[in-house]
Design a protein around this ligand. Sequence first.
Ligand code: ADP
Length: 547
Amino acid sequence: PDDVDQPDDPKYQAVLKQYFGYSKFRPFQWKIINSVLNEKRDNCVIMATGYGKSLTFQFPSVFTKRVSIIISPLISLMQDQVHNLEASNIEACFLGSAQGSMGEVKEAMFRGQYRIVYVTPEYASTALDQFKTLDKKVGLDLIAIDEAHCVSQWGHDFRSSYRQLGILKQNFPQVPILAVTATATVEVRSDICRSLNLKNPNMTCTGFDRPNLYLSVCSKTGDIANDLKSEMKKKGNKFYFDGSTIIYCPTKKTTEDVIGALQGLRVSCLPYHASLSLSARKKAHTSFLNDQIEVVVATVAFGMGIDKPDVRKVIHYGAPKDIESYYQEIGRAGRDGSPSECTAIFSKSDFNTCRHFINEIKSEKFRMHKLKMLAKLEQYLTTASCRRRILLSYFESGNLEEIGGSENCCDCCRLNFTRLKHGLTNVSAVEDKPVDYTREAGDLFKAIQYTGSRFGLGVPCQVLMGSGVKKVQQFQSGKIFGAGKYKSLKFWNALGRCLLYEGYLREKSLQSGYGCTVEMTPKAEFWYNKFTQGKAADCPLLLTPSG
Ligand code: ADP
């Protein structure tokens, strides 16, 4: 069945074998290459890590002996790629404004020496004249835009320099654009096509599942060394990770604490974060690539372009930023297809900082979007049902029923698998079905209105409980005071959080900079009007418990 994806003409396989050393195209590769090379169409490619994106933009010019321009955000990665291509006898170069005299490289480029020319997005938007000369003299096969999700504010890695790249299509209407990324939600996808001015693009989406990654979550115990030990193996009295490991931390301070703990366990490791010198970061990167150290402890600055195929573990020590970043970061594990593990070690309070930053975002629409990404992450971290299904449901709306259930999927599935094996009930039988919270939401909204939207979530919840605390004494005479005793204080707080994520409530930071007030959004007011008119039966307020 794979052969459907292969070209009929053997001359393509000959080049594939000679220069790249492969005897077949992987699924999707040929379809994309054919569309660029022979149909001259724009392409938008969303391909999970490890499928072989690079070949799609490297193959065409090697075949035609013309030239392609590749735009990529990271200089170090481009330099690595140039190096690798040259080792395969494919002439390539990197053009960047950071370099001094590029005279010789440019001359060689215009003579047609290079099949592939790498540039940064900043450089690309100022080099249109050079590209035009290049097209006239050598002939441009394609302009590829790697990590294309960076054009979108809806993604997790927005870069303003990517915004300028729309001018490429305007200036080179005949040259196919090939936009590639490993992550993109529907919003990001349409943003890519729109911002880059793609014309009737051929869309490819491989699906996002990475079956060789085992997903798990555990809680912090308060002792870093302890937390990490449970992820390690032990031989005699020496602890070690079983293969290359990346530990992601939310702050520079945490990376230092984790490094300290690992040194105490005599594990070879180096830190990587933005405040280190370039040479220190380089050293960490190369020592990791060459297996001289077992662990890199990093902030998200250690990101794109970590092209190590055999990373066996990605640990997040502290909650990740949001679901999209998390997907991208664990994507660095197991590119070689061998089993690898992704563990998030977190505590509930990790979310407070994230939430604080999100509440500062001015644009309502954008803030809601970020809250949704965070909510999905919280759901992922706290669910008792399949984590993989929750992760994938963020990216695809298709049928995810077949996902999960196996022992190698995630810790929740493994637990259920073992329980079933011993004849116990399946925990996920009580899984994330939406529950009708019409009555409860109605009561909470009433309490928020009654207290005048002047407080954080705590006060209306205390009012519902009829609490004796001083702050709520002024509300004792209201009918709503104590009307929520049929649920716990914890419940009301959790419901409030849920309604925040779902866009029914919003928080406003106080002038003093600390704390915030909660108020209803127009969405909530619209619903609450129906509710008070007794029309809520038409639109019950449904929420998933773990969300
Ligand atoms: P991605 O960028 O999608 O993660 P890469 O381009 O780095 O993927 O390729 C992933 C791995 O797959 C690399 O080790 C590469 O050598 C290998 N690969 C790519 N295409 C093929 C192919 N047609 N046949 C065999 N291996 C391939």
